[in-house]
Design a protein around this ligand. Structure first.
Ligand code: ZN
Ligand code: MN
Length: 487
């Protein structure tokens, strides 16, 4: 019998977007030259004392509240002792028995299924270690201590996920929440979010979990999904062949699509946790927590409902626009600039963002922050579409032209010129002239149409649109074409 039931939980390390480190005043800037953001405290010199960054506490509470956690009013830091070359102190300051947030949950959306609740066991505060760089020299390792002491929260889930799809949706939701809260930049490539996955398998119907393994440091959603799938298969194969799963720490090799053990239980670390003697207890009262609660942003679900109600756009559009907070904010800033604040214009804006802007971002591989067409210009295009001056398809051409414009003034001029040349022709007599011309030029097709080959209508429409350089209003073209053919 194949072991098909399986469970896993995920541990996500998210870097907090504070200006300074967790226990000293050094900068957390990512692109700094190696070993420039360091001081005696984060380098672990003897005799130095850490001072807790209040912002780290605030950010942790924000995440806790957003994930329905209880907030612990009195929590302490602990020392986790282990030796590693990029951890000069010989220990990491973290939280052990008293994480600041605990016992929460999030709901994940699954395709064609009901939402599923995934429990959050705990969220605790800790510091990052430095970075060892092995790939510059064959026989030397370089160490960059800039990351030492950078504030992290570790979010540990309950073992509620039963498929890699659920793991993927869970991670997406965690990332979206972190970014909406503006406490993490969501940049996985720069390591601002890393994931450890714990995987075990068990027979269907079995109550107890099988022995788990832990896959460390997965740095993309795709690697998390692939690593879980490979590890699940590896464990099932082991058991099926009469062997057993040992508790091990694994690493995932994306090239070979394989998990391999890096540490086994015999060598497992005893971290000798004990309360950090250099830091006082963290006490957060009701007032502190409720102040943070009041400042929580509007979350995607609520935003989506409001967008449908206020802007009369479709649920699909609202859903897509609110996935990403930057996109949602951009949509609203354009909506405010519209001259004609009607459902038709709002829908035109939604359409332009979803189709034209996303296409350009994909083609140029840039983020919305790097996109340089302003909200005012997009509002002008949407107003023009909703007024029927230009067609929705003409906006594609306009965007290609706009990208040439450096300043907003340039772009305004480009837009005005383009609007003139692309303006939709809705004048009946002008369109009728073109219709007649095309019918005159194609007498054989007209004959075939008249004896029943009705699908030729499409052929004529194509010719007419071509003749009008795409400017003829398609609705009027259809009406006049039928009228002239049936005459
Ligand atoms: Zn420092
Ligand atoms: Mn950790």
């Amino acid at each position: 019998m194949r072991r098909e039931d399986w469970d896993k939980w995920l541990e996500v390390h998210a870097q907090m977007k504070t200006k300074t480190k967790a226990f000293c005043k050094c900068s957390t800037q990512f692109h700094s030259s190696p070993n420039s953001n360091v001081c005696p405290v984060c380098l672990g010199y003897p005799g130095t004392l850490p001072v807790l960054n209040e912002e780290l506490v605030n950010f942790s509470i924000r995440m806790g509240l957003a994930t329905n956690c209880k907030i612990r009013e009195l929590s302490i830091f602990a020392r986790k002792n282990y030796f590693y070359p990029d951890l000069t102190k010989g220990y990491q300051i973290t939280q052990f028995e008293t994480p600041i947030c605990f016992d929460g949950f999030i709901n994940i959306n699954l395709k064609d299924k009901e939402d599923k609740r995934i429990g959050i066991t705990r969220i605790h505060m800790e510091e990052d270690a430095g970075k060892s760089i092995h790939d510059f020299h064959d026989d030397e390792t370089l160490i960059d201590f800039n990351r030492c002491g950078v504030p992290l929260i570790e979010i540990v889930s309950e073992p509620d996920m039963n498929s890699s799809e659920e793991a993927y949706q869970y991670l997406s939701k965690i990332k979206q929440t972190l970014v909406y809260l503006e406490i993490n930049d969501g940049n996985l490539e720069e390591g601002s979010m890393r994931c450890d996955a714990n995987v075990s398998v068990r027979l269907k119907g079995d109550k107890n979990f099988g022995t788990r393994t832990e896959i460390k440091n997965l740095n993309s959603f795709k690697n998390v999904v692939d690593a879980i799938e490979s590890e699940k298969k590896r464990q099932i194969d082991l058991i099926e062949s009469g062997d057993k799963v040992y508790y091990q720490t694994m690493t995932y090799n994306a090239k070979e699509r394989k998990t391999t053990a890096i540490r086994s239980k015999e060598e497992a670390h005893d971290y000798r946790y004990f309360p950090e003697p250099d830091l006082v207890k963290v006490r957060v009262g009701h007032e502190w927590i409720s102040k943070i609660e009041k400042e929580l942003p509007e979350f995607p679900e609520a935003k989506k409902i409001r967008f449908v109600k206020d802007y009369l756009i479709s649920e699909t559009d609202a859903d897509e626009l609110t996935q990403d907070k930057v996109f949602a904010d951009f949509f609203e800033s354009i909506a405010r600039q519209l001259i004609n604040k009607s459902g038709k214009s709002f829908r035109a804006v939604a359409n332009i963002l979803r189709v034209d802007v996303k296409r350009i971002l994909n083609e140029k591989k840039i983020s919305l922050e790097e996109f340089h067409v302003s909200n005012l210009i997009i509002a002008m295009i949407a107003d023009s579409v909703s007024a029927g001056n230009i067609s929705a398809t003409a906006s594609k051409e306009i965007f290609n032209l706009l990208l040439e414009g450096k300043t907003e003034e340039d772009q305004k001029n480009i837009f005005k010129k383009a609007e003139e040349s692309l303006s939709q022709v809705s004048d009946n007599s002008e369109i009728e002239l073109i219709v007649k011309k095309i019918l005159d030029e194609n007498p054989k097709e007209v004959e075939r149409y008249k004896i029943g080959e009705k699908k030729l209508a499409g052929f004529f429409v194509g010719k007419i649109m071509q003749e009008s350089k795409g400017r003829a209003n398609p609705k009027i073209v259809n009406e006049l074409l039928i009228k002239n053919l049936e005459a």
